[in-house]
Ligand binder design. Sequence first.
Ligand code: SF4
Ligand code: SF4
Length: 238
Amino acid sequence: MKVKTLEIDGKLVTGGPEETIFQAAWNNGIRIPRLCHIGGLSDIGACRLCLVEVEGQNRLLASCLTPVEEGMKVRTNTESLRRYRKLLIELLFAERNHVCAVCVANGACELQDLAMSLGVTHIRVPSQLPHLPVDISHDRFGVDHNRCVLCSRCLRVCDEVEGAHTWDIAGRGRKSMMVCDLGEPWGVSQSCTGCGKCVQVCPTGALFLKGKTVGEMRKDRSFLNFIVTAREKHIWIR
Ligand code: SF4
Ligand code: SF4
């Protein structure tokens, strides 16, 4: 196993041959913004927030999908990357109805945190204000499509960790929507085990626990590390 040495934001770091730029950065205390990545699930490069500049490349690369290479020089936080990420966040806000003041995830939302850290105070593109459904047919959970950023964390955790594959994405482009099974209400899903993993990994208020107040809507993702470590290393960490 040959370790690679590279430079990230001027800092000399090392990464294993299987590691991505995102992982190498994370392991060395460099935080790259992201919405779709979550440790323990496969990476798909959907949100594009983790794009970085790599010397010698004429395009930006998704750090969650790009393996480290010997001698690489990576920049993760330049002025143009910050501008680009800010616009991406604005587009996400414009695409659906993210009204934080009346959202159950207010104060515990990764999209809101990113907007604040990137200085998004308003959006410069017209808001689409779509009329999207809220499905509260499940006994314990609800899905508000108005808050969904299509990160597919729910789909991946349900498929890769729970093994149920209840969620999927239907439609294309701005008409894309998360669907349960073949588009049935969540409450009548035959495949859902009711484990709640999808709710815990959702970065916004799109998936929520019914009956919880805003102050109680804190998501616990520690189960992911526990299950993945147990599966891959056969170590029970709790
Ligand atoms: S509750 Fe569990 S089984 Fe049901 S959709 Fe969510 S992750 Fe899948
Ligand atoms: S429901 Fe939540 S986890 Fe699923 S795609 Fe939408 S934002 Fe992501």
